[in-house]
Design a binder for this molecule. Structure first.
Ligand SMILES: [Zn+2]
Length: 125
């Protein structure tokens, strides 16, 4: 099952991204490229998205309970939050295969950005 298949949209051609399995790894690619070779080939790994979303909500969670910067056990929290629950909070994911970057928009109005080769990313409030 591809968790994000209905959420990811291509900024280049406006088509949805579709899931592909590559050596056991779930990835997403523009269906414009996949079906017609009419877009740019860039694959987004599901792992990246899950990591970005986890980080986004872990930061949020700590802000909420006021222990950000403390010695909280982030790993325990991270493991108890199930993927489906997190994905439910996503409004959409916009991907630019041309610039190799993506932005995740959440239903609460916040967003997370990831640049080319995952060199930088940020989360806003
Ligand atoms: Zn496209």
């Amino acid at each position: 099952m591809y968790l994000f298949s209905k959420k990811i949209k291509c900024l280049n051609c406006n088509q949805n991204f579709r899931g592909v399995n590559e050596r056991g790894k779930r990835k997403y690619i523009c269906s414009g490229y996949h079906n017609y070779r009419s877009c740019v080939r860039w694959k987004v790994e599901e792992e990246w998205l899950l990591e970005l979303i986890h980080n986004h909500f872990i930061i949020d969670m700590y802000k909420d309970i006021g222990i950000i910067g403390g010695r909280g056990s982030s790993k325990d929290n991270k493991d108890t939050v199930v993927a489906e629950e997190l994905i439910d909070r996503i409004e959409s994911i916009r991907v630019s295969p041309v610039y190799e970057e993506l932005t995740i928009y959440f239903k609460d109005g916040t967003k997370t950005f990831m640049s080319k080769n995952r060199q930088t990313y940020w989360t806003d409030e």
